[in-house]
Design a protein around this ligand. Structure first.
Ligand code: ARG
Length: 464
């Protein structure tokens, strides 16, 4: 093949139109798969030699050329040509320049269809493991901020109305547990991505004696495809990755929204470190939580990537269609955005100063003790529904201006109920498993740390 022509020029009389190349090339984004393409190609060469489809000598020459291409890609010295449609074309073209006729044997029993699926699975496995590392790091930040916050009390909210006081540690760990489900999902997506499609050819396998199980092992895949049509047409692993990243993005968005509230003057629960806050170009006094806002805002883009890919996939007949080229940009962008968000949100949470007095002031409001009063009546044998009505009536008297709820309740139910008032007193009572008291939060923290250790070793079980 002469440099400057496409891989498929044989059956064409004329060259491709500029508009065709401009519209169809994927090199500007899929060059990111360069290292995986070199790795997959090396395994393929080993398979060709083993199958007797390439001599050992040619195998060495092509492997050395692939190493050289890998180095040029790393150094940024590989000069791409206008005819390099995608990274696969560019690598093969350069290998052939370096290895001559031996290089021209590289694409034996292989199609870009099984090649790109292989590359992308290799990439996804690595990228999602990096995301898992980032999630574990953020969970570590939440766990260590929780450790210093057992005895700080803030209101827990429902409907964003103050409901019952809880330990700040409890609140912070709620987010850490949500993230542990993200770790779970990412690891199980990696398991399903860990299947080699190499050897499926363009769609139907090949008449040549290759051994897909061998190349799967060479690439560290734990399984090999069962059906060549499915192998080249399947992007479930990309859709799953995008879902995992979108939901992780939603979790970060919910954290973001809370921190926008917490750092507002209205709440005043936390003050951001200068390094993790932004200012205003016009309003000199401003200190804004832009990280938190972008964690919220960028979740829209992550959801868009998922729905975009699903729409791309839904009408595709088997097997490969060029539409599938649209899988990469959303995946790359989702991974990049989530990695940036994890680091920024982690830094913001790690360095912020909590304002316990503001949290305690908010959680000390009398009405937050209402449920504790009702539960007090339940302890003395009253049906809960009746206790609820009794306390509701006391709250109504308080709201009508008859006095503080503490005074009204002490008069109606006995002086001992005064002990329930004050956010910390209330929180301390909720000792049920997984509940909001400092004591329950301490127990929970032990389980969270155990879970983190467990997840860390599950993650480290993967070497890719
Ligand atoms: N750039 C293509 C993609 O990303 C590679 C596969 C091309 N295959 C083909 N039959 N044109 O999907």
């Amino acid at each position: 093949m002469s440099t400057g022509s496409t891989l498929w020029h044989g059956r064409f009389e004329g060259g491709p139109a500029e508009a065709l190349m401009a519209y169809t090339v994927s090199l500007p984004f899929d060059r990111r798969l360069g290292p995986q393409d070199v790795r997959g190609s090396r395994a393929h060469v080993a398979g060709l030699v083993r199958a007797g489809l390439m001599t050992a000598a040619d195998g060495e020459v092509v492997t050395a050329a692939l190493e050289q291409v890998g180095k040029e890609l790393r150094d940024g010295t590989l000069a791409f040509l206008p005819s390099d449609e995608d990274i696969h074309t560019a690598v093969e073209r350069r290998v052939t320049e370096l290895a001559g006729e031996a290089g021209a044997r590289l694409h034996t029993a292989r199609s870009r269809n099984d090649q790109v699926a292989t590359d992308l699975r290799l990439w996804t496995r690595e990228a999602l493991l990096d995301v898992v590392d980032g999630v574990l790091a953020l969970q570590g930040v939440l766990a260590s901020r929780a450790e210093e916050s057992f005895d700080v009390t803030l209101p827990g909210y429902t409907h964003l109305q103050r409901a019952q006081s809880v330990s700040l540690a409890h609140h912070l760990m709620a987010h850490a547990w949500a993230l542990s489900r993200d770790v779970d999902r990412l690891l199980s997506t990696i398991e399903r991505a860990d299947v080699s499609p190499l050897g499926a050819g363009a769609l139907a396998g090949t008449s040549l004696p290759i051994d897909p199980e061998f190349t799967a092992r060479e690439l560290g895949f734990s399984a090999v495809f069962e059906n060549s049509l499915d192998a080249v047409g399947d992007r479930d692993f990309v859709a799953e990755a995008l879902f995992d990243l979108a939901l992780l993005g939603v979790h970060l968005s919910r954290i973001g929204e809370e921190w926008v509230l917490w750092t507002s003057e209205e709440f005043g629960f936390a003050v951001l470190d200068d390094a993790y806050a932004t200012g205003s170009s016009m309003l000199p006094q401003k200190k804004n939580a832009d990280i938190a806002e972008l964690a919220r805002g960028k979740s829209g883009r992550l959801i868009g990537h998922l729905t975009g890919l699903l729409a791309t996939l839904k009408g595709l007949p088997l097997a490969y269609n060029r539409d599938l080229q649209e899988d990469k940009e959303p995946l790359f962008d989702a991974v990049d955005q989530v990695a940036l968000a994890l680091a920024a949100v982690g830094g913001m949470v790690a360095t912020a100063r909590f304002i316990p007095e503001a949290m305690e002031r908010a959680s000390g409001a009398d009405v937050l003790a209402a449920t504790d009063l009702a539960e007090f009546l339940v302890r003395s044998g009253r049906p809960f529904r009746e206790a609820h009505a009794t306390v509701g009536a006391l709250v109504r008297r308080h709201l009508a201006g008859e006095g503080s709820l503490a005074d009204i309740a002490a008069e109606a139910l006995g002086e001992e109920v005064r002990a329930f008032f004050g956010g910390a007193n209330g929180a301390a009572m909720r000792t049920s498993r997984g509940g909001g008291s400092p004591a329950a939060a301490r127990d929970q923290h032990v389980r969270l740390l155990a879970r983190l250790t467990d997840d860390r070793s599950r993650r480290d079980g993967w070497t890719v």
